[in-house]
Design a protein around this ligand. Structure first.
Ligand code: IMP
Ligand code: MG
Length: 178
């Protein structure tokens, strides 16, 4: 399937499942070394990061905890200025080695918002990991600590990422066709 349709838009194949998995293997190796003794607390940003988080964290056999937060900043193709916390955190962060797990860092506002919120709660350390990173769209100062794949500034779907709720189930990543 090289081309797909979701609602009113067409998308073309951009990154195959194999490419994504290889990239995850490679950052997982780095993360493993850095986290294995730390009993980290992974905070997974829903909805988009569910598939990435599952493939990533499954590679770790050291003690860790996993928590979820649900944020919303996109409507269709456009980013809302306001970040909405649809489901908050209910775990203790103080003195923990926290790792935020994101699907994609685009403008960087979501990651900056969440990082600031977590830092207020005095973690022992805070690292950020994102499957995808759009350097040309990025507007903040601090880049994610670990990025699996940097991509151009195109709207993409699949592997957890959606267009208006659709396409999260796709194994490959597709980019919008104009
Ligand atoms: P940021 O705050 O602009 O960095 O956007 C981050 C959030 O927007 C991500 O966690 C995604 O959920 C969503 N997002 C950003 N770019 C895309 C995209 O190309 N496709 C689907 N969702 C995206
Ligand atoms: Mg997200």
């Amino acid at each position: 399937m090289n081309e797909i349709r979701l609602k009113d838009k067409k998308f073309e194949l951009f990154l195959s499942e194999e490419t994504v998995i290889e990239a995850i293997d490679s950052i997982a190796t780095q993360l493993y070394k850095d986290l294995r003794d730390k009993k980290p607390l992974f905070i997974v940003v829903l909805n988009g990061a569910f598939m990435f988080a599952s493939d990533l964290i499954r590679r770790f056999d050291f003690p860790c905890e996993i928590a979820f937060i649900r944020l919303k900043s996109y409507q269709g193709l456009n980013r809302n200025e306001q970040i909405k916390e649809v489901q908050g955190l209910d775990c203790d962060i103080t003195h923990r080695h926290v790792v935020i797990v994101e699907d994609i860092v685009d403008t960087g506002h979501t990651m900056a918002y969440l990082s600031a919120k977590i830092k207020e709660k005095a973690p022992a350390s805070l690292k950020t990991v994102s499957l995808l990173f759009k350097p040309q769209a990025f507007q903040m100062d601090v880049e994610p600590d670990y990025t699996a794949i940097s991509i151009p500034n195109d709207f993409i779907v699949g592997y957890g990422l959606d267009y208006d709720g659709w396409g999260r189930n796709l194994r490959n990543i597709y980019k919008i066709k104009d």
